[in-house]
Design a protein. Structure first.
Length: 199
């Protein structure tokens, strides 16, 4: 397993090598290295979605423009970086940080693959549970999509995805889990037990 992960990290590192000068500062912003980084993320997201909302662009145009920007960046950014950034500015500290970022990406991708594989296997091992989870999730998503504006959903989803690395890195998710567990133990569980005794 370790050798497989090492091979995946090496492969990912090679594929992202031309982007490493961009990845380092983006990573620092996403993990909120400075206090103003989450504000900058929310501000940038607000500005983009405000523009999309005011321009009343349809979803197909948004996807096409996004794809065009990604394609142009994929072609132009490495060429521009090679021209303007000198290789002697790349320090061992940056190298270690870049290796760590690649390792984190591989770990999250592996977790996602395992979760997807477990869910797909459930169709054979526990079809009733699979059917219940799938239908409930799809009905809930359909209800949410019908009740809430699609642009608002996209905005909330994008903002959450961009803020999540910082939430995870700074330990806010662990604190939230601890508070939830504490609340369930102190308030919900005693009430459930008392209701059970009354019955």
């Amino acid at each position: 397993m370790i050798n497989t992960n090492d091979a995946k990290i090496k492969e990912l590192r090679n594929s992202l090598d031309s982007w490493k000068e961009v990845i380092i500062p983006v990573y620092k912003i996403l993990i909120w290295e400075k206090q103003w980084h989450p504000v900058a993320i929310i501000g940038a997201t607000n500005a983009i979605f405000m523009f999309l909302w005011l321009s009343e662009t349809n979803i197909l145009t948004i996807i096409s423009v996004f794809g065009l920007i990604v394609t142009l960046c994929d072609y132009l950014v490495p060429a521009v970086l090679n021209s303007f950034v000198k290789s002697d500015k790349w320090t061992p500290e940056k190298e270690n940080l870049f290796d760590g970022i690649c390792g984190e990406i591989v770990i999250y991708k592996t977790k996602l693959d395992v979760n997807c594989s477990t869910y797909c296997k459930m169709r054979v091992t526990n079809p009733k549970m699979y059917f219940t989870i799938t239908t409930t999730s799809l009905i809930f998503l359909a209800w949410i999509g019908n009740s809430i504006n699609n642009m608002l959903l996209m905005y909330l989803g994008t903002t959450f995805l961009l803020l999540y690395p910082g939430i995870e890195y700074n330990g806010f998710s662990e604190r939230l889990k601890e508070l939830t567990t504490k609340f369930l133990k102190e308030y919900v569980n005693p009430r459930f037990q008392s209701t059970k005794k009354e019955n």
